[in-house]
Design a protein around this ligand. Structure first.
Ligand SMILES: O=C(O)CCC(=O)C(=O)O
Ligand SMILES: [Fe+2]
Length: 351
């Protein structure tokens, strides 16, 4: 009885506090008062996002690179303007196929792996070892593998491929690291969102993501969609937590955020585009680009993809699940890949 009363009182207190915060938020808005900034810190903004950006200068700052199968200057200009860019034929298709073979192998033998996954209507929010997820769920719509690269040397080599690194260094800083990766078999069908409120490091602007198709994308499979140029729209205020989302503390929900993005993009005349790229290509998107996964029109169509969120070692000095420095983190093609101490027994187990 006592605990029930305590719980009710606690919940009541939380609601009163939240109501007070809402009133405060709207009063401040009405009075034109702003107690927190609603943009990235200009001091730590990647050079590409600064007005003084120049290709000559960035080319001096990044590590030397060999012939790239694309024009880096043109791709960076496009990225700056539109918030995304596609690099065509930059990854060896047989290496891409080999990654999917690994995913299939791990799925078939899931009982041997603690690699984390999320499966729709099984463990929607909480990362769970795939050995606890039924095989049929693992193969179904709404499933994702989390940080598969931790367990696969082949994946680490692919997501740090020398054709990608100069672009990453130029769009962030030369000290690139991997924040997190996700492997999908089907479209995520995720609502429109920007990544930086969730994929947070000490420096929220140090975020670029790659979308690596593991097969050619079919238009009925629920392609990735995005609003070109949306990386520059005014940022959403989650209330109390500013431009970042925190489950317990933010006043506004991800749904409200999605509605804000759709309305703002539409009002500004930005047109939604879908991504129909091929195996071997890579899309990079800016941490503030509004994007999501289209609904699946044909459930027989897979949309196998590897999504990687990159940051810098200044933004993320250690693995996101840790708060201590790792002595000599692994380096792949000049990119730092931290080990997940909580999953040490799963490191490189696939290869
Ligand atoms: O691939 C998708 O459908 C969306 C993935 C995504 O938005 C993300 O991982 O940030
Ligand atoms: Fe996203």
């Amino acid at each position: 009885m006592k605990t029930i009363i305590k719980t009710i009182l606690k919940e009541g207190k939380r609601r009163v506090k939240k109501t007070y915060s809402f009133v405060e938020f709207y009063l401040n808005q009405w009075a034109g008062r702003q107690d927190h900034t609603l943009d990235f810190d200009s001091e730590t903004l990647p050079f590409i996002d600064q007005e003084t950006y120049s290709f000559e200068e960035i080319n001096k700052r990044i590590d030397p690179y060999k012939n790239l199968p694309y024009n880096l200057e043109e791709k960076l200009d496009f990225f700056r303007e539109f918030g995304y860019v596609v690099l065509e034929n930059v990854l060896p298709p047989n290496e891409v196929d080999a990654i999917w073979d690994e995913i299939e192998f791990v799925t078939e033998h899931h009982e041997n792996y603690d690699i984390n996954g999320l499966a729709h209507r099984f463990n929607d929010q909480k990362d769970t070892p795939i050995k606890l997820i039924p095989k049929e769920k693992l193969k179904g719509i709404g499933t994702r593998f989390i940080d598969f690269h931790d367990s696969s040397v082949r994946s680490k080599n692919l997501i740090t491929h020398p054709n990608l690194v100069p672009f990453l260094q130029a769009s962030l800083t030369p000290k690139i690291t991997v924040f997190q990766s996700l492997v999908f078999k089907y479209s995520s069908q995720q609502d429109v969102h920007q990544d930086f409120p969730w994929v947070t490091t000490h420096i929220p602007s140090h975020l670029v993501a790659a979308w690596i198709p593991l097969e050619d994308v079919h238009e009925d499979s629920g392609p990735l969609f995005y609003y070109p140029k949306s990386h520059r729209i005014p940022k959403f205020d989650f209330g109390q937590t500013g431009i970042l989302f925190q489950h317990k503390n933010s006043l506004f929900s991800p749904d409200k955020f999605s509605r804000y993005l759709t309305k703002t993009c539409t009002d500004l005349g930005l047109k939604k585009e879908i991504l129909l790229i091929k195996k071997g290509d890579v899309l990079f998107w800016h941490g503030a680009l509004a994007h999501g996964g289209m609904p699946i029109n044909d459930p027989s169509k897979t949309r196998k993809s590897f999504v990687v969120h990159y940051s810098t070692t200044d933004g993320l000095p250690y693995h996101r699940n840790s708060n201590v420095h790792e002595k000599n983190p692994d380096q792949y093609h000049g990119v730092t890949i931290y080990s997940n101490a909580q999953m040490a027994h799963q490191k490189d187990v696939v290869t």
